[in-house]
Design a binder for this molecule. Structure first.
Ligand code: AP5
Length: 222
């Protein structure tokens, strides 16, 4: 029979390159990209009740309460497009209780990608990051500069992308990362995220190709 669509989680510290790699992965594999941070920023932009509350936590670099995050992510994962094309979950789970919620719903990924990046590089990436509000594309003033002046003139910066706030976000990350890693130990691939984005993608692509081949073998032998 035909193999089920791929289910992938990507994790890593703030500005480790999750969103950048997700652009490259979805281009090649067609998975639905579900980013907890993007879902939350959409709520903030809509000024909903959840968005107003979420922003208070995001500004402090803390985790937004599970009451807001868990259902939001679960509902997106269960949408028909995610179920049909497979999904790439980015920025969730970020705590053992969030991981437990996924397990309770019977939602388990095929692969857990961990981007490993040193702390000095993270800070440089945060401070230079810019976003194109029109296309959603991620840029960096030094490492991925905009293609032309028109794009350059409309780039924006995230409200939590200051050196001070990334320190808080990093602290939250360190408090929670081990608990999440222990849940997915058996399906984790650790990727060196310090290199140029094409080289990081090459490592991820190799891991995804390997998982795809394993699954073809398994489904063929049944
Ligand atoms: P979220 O939006 O998930 O932010 P984050 O984890 O801090 O990660 P970022 O989006 O900052 O970075 P990224 O890893 O995607 O890096 P990027 O590719 O952009 O979360 C924000 C907040 O929302 C949290 O603080 C929390 O409050 C809340 N939240 C989110 N999820 C939650 C959850 N599950 N529960 C509770 N609260 C939650 O790259 C960064 C920069 O580096 C870019 O400029 C890019 O161009 C550049 N770059 C990328 N790769 C490379 C490379 N290889 N070489 C050179 N430059 C590179």
């Amino acid at each position: 029979g035909k193999a089920e669509p791929l289910k992938v989680i990507i994790s890593g510290a703030p500005a480790s390159g999750k969103g950048t790699q997700c652009e490259l992965i979805t281009q090649k594999y067609g998975l639905v990209h579900i980013a907890a941070g993007d879902l939350l920023r959409a709520e903030v932009a809509a000024a909903s009740e959840n968005g107003k509350l979420a922003k208070e936590y995001m500004e402090k670099g803390e985790l937004v309460p599970n009451e807001i995050v868990v259902m939001m992510v679960k509902e997106r994962l269960l949408q028909p497009d995610s179920q049909q094309r497979g999904w790439l979950l980015d920025g969730y789970p970020r705590s053992s209780s969030q991981a437990a919620a996924l397990e309770d719903y019977g939602i388990r990924p095929d692969l857990f990608i961990l981007l490993d990046v040193s702390e000095d590089i993270l800070v440089e990436r945060v401070v230079g990051r810019r976003l194109d509000p029109l296309t959603g594309k991620i840029y960096h003033l030094k490492y991925s500069p905009p293609e032309n002046d028109e794009i350059a003139s409309r780039l924006t910066q995230r409200f939590d992308d200051t050196e001070e706030k990334v320190k808080l976000r990093l602290r939250t990350h360190h408090q929670n990362v081990d608990a999440v890693l222990s849940v997915y130990k058996d399906i984790t691939v650790k990727v060196n995220g310090n290199e140029a984005k094409e080289h990081v993608f090459a490592q991820i692509n190799a891991a995804l190709t390997h998982v795809g081949e394993q699954r073809k073998l398994n489904s063929g032998s049944l």
